[in-house]
Design a protein around this ligand. Structure first.
Ligand code: AMP
Length: 384
């Protein structure tokens, strides 16, 4: 999920910027001001309680806010994230927000503060008052709203500064410039938020089939080095021809050959929720390459799955596959199958050991049916 709070004085352009973001990032927009105005229009109990306070430019009680926010969040459980506008406005609301995020098993990615001086804010709101139809867009109430902002809301920023998730943006600029600045922040959050999975396991453990199913389920780009290479070989590219010679003997090609392939894929793939890697990294050098590439991409490894099957079972599966139309060139002889097993043992096991020190590797029993194994992996990914 991508959860963002837009912060700033009234008139800073939170609503305008929100309009430009919600569709692009498929976020559910929660403006406490809009929600309160709706309660007032519907003449609900909450609306009646809030009406006079809003008319005077004061802050509505935290009890009212928690009720309207909870209601909207509960009504929209399947969104890709929430965009909060005008919330949190008090210390108590900052805690309410943390609690709500915990309840949803997620967290606030960042708080974007649209910064604007007091006089400019007054000017903008007076201008807006000519057409907004909002009774609180008149000078006396505007000044009260700004007082409330400086007294009660601005100090809340410190919490987010301390957490390291505050981003300040100069909101004096025009709408397009501010949007470009805000969009840059969201883009980088999206990258940090990618679900990047590495699939480990013996050849024949089912990494490919499971990886493809996971890619579909979670909207990920499946990256199988083997498949990328096959395309190169089919297209008889320079890389393809080089790799072919190694490949037919069941050996690994030199690492620099792969860097370019994966880099291109990372760069050219847009609009996915993350990447799932199969058959890469296979060596320690490749693992450093992947770490570096993901970091350059503003991202990192999110989950590592190791599908476990006994070696004999893996050999039996590869042997069986060699007799079907799904046979791979390197399945075709016992010698090649054994070479691949050996390469896995001496080159890939050290990679798993390296990652074991850095991440919690999720081991999954791969001996069940396809559906059973998929469910085990899904449970691990979703931390069930
Ligand atoms: P806005 O549309 O965000 O400018 O909000 C209009 C008015 O609604 C504010 O002046 C407050 O009276 C009230 N309001 C909106 N959000 C909150 C909140 N999070 N806490 C308290 N009062 C709020």
């Amino acid at each position: 999920m991508l959860n963002i709070a837009l912060f700033g004085p009234p008139g800073a352009g939170k609503g305008t910027q929100a309009d430009l973001l919600i569709e692009k990032y498929n976020l559910h927009y929660i403006s406490t001001g809009d929600l309160l105005r709706k309660e007032i229009a519907d003449a609900t109990k909450l609306g009646l309680q809030a009406k006079n306070i809003i008319a005077e430019g004061g802050l509505v009680s935290d009890e009212i806010i928690v009720q309207i926010i909870e209601k909207t969040i509960n009504e929209n459980p399947h969104t890709d994230g929430f965009l909060f506008d005008g919330f949190p406005r008090t210390y108590v609301q900052a805690y309410i927000l943390s609690g709500l995020m915990i309840k949803l098993h997620t967290s606030l990615n960042c708080l974007i503060s649209l910064e604007l001086g007091e006089e400019l804010a007054v000017q903008r709101l007076l201008e807006r008052g000519k057409t907004s139809g909002r009774s609180d867009d008149n000078e006396e109430v505007i000044r009260n709203r700004l007082r409330e902002y400086y007294d009660k809301t601005l100090p809340v920023l410190q919490i987010y500064k301390n957490k390291g998730i505050y981003v300040g943006i100069d909101s004096q600029n025009n709408i397009e410039q501010v949007h470009a600045d805000v969009d840059k922040v969201l883009q980088s959050e999206v990258k940090k938020n990618l679900l990047n999975i590495i699939m480990f396991g013996l050849p024949g453990a089912g990494r490919g089939d499971q990886g493809l199913a996971l890619a579909k389920k979670y909207g990920l780009q499946y990256i199988s080095l083997g498949t990328l290479i096959e395309e190169e070989i089919r297209n008889e590219t320079e890389i393809g021809l080089r790799v072919k010679q190694y490949r037919e003997k069941g050996l690994l090609a030199p690492d620099e050959v792969f860097v370019q392939l994966i880099e291109q894929k990372l760069e050219n793939t847009k609009g996915v929720n993350g990447f799932i890697f199969k058959g890469f990294p296979r060596t320690l050098v490749q693992s450093y390459i992947l770490d570096g590439m993901l970091q350059q991409h503003g991202s990192g490894i999110t989950k590592i799955i190791e599908i476990e099957v006994p070696a004999l079972e893996a050999i039996r599966r590869l042997n069986a596959r060699s007799k079907t139309k799904y046979a791979k060139a390197y399945d075709m002889s016992t010698e090649n199958i054994l070479n691949r097993m050996h390469e896995h043992e001496i080159k890939t096991i050290p990679v798993i050991e390296k990652y074991r020190l850095l991440y919690e590797i999720k081991k999954v029993d791969g001996t069940g049916t396809f559906e059973e194994v998929l469910e085990l992996i899904t449970n691990e990914i979703e931390n069930r």
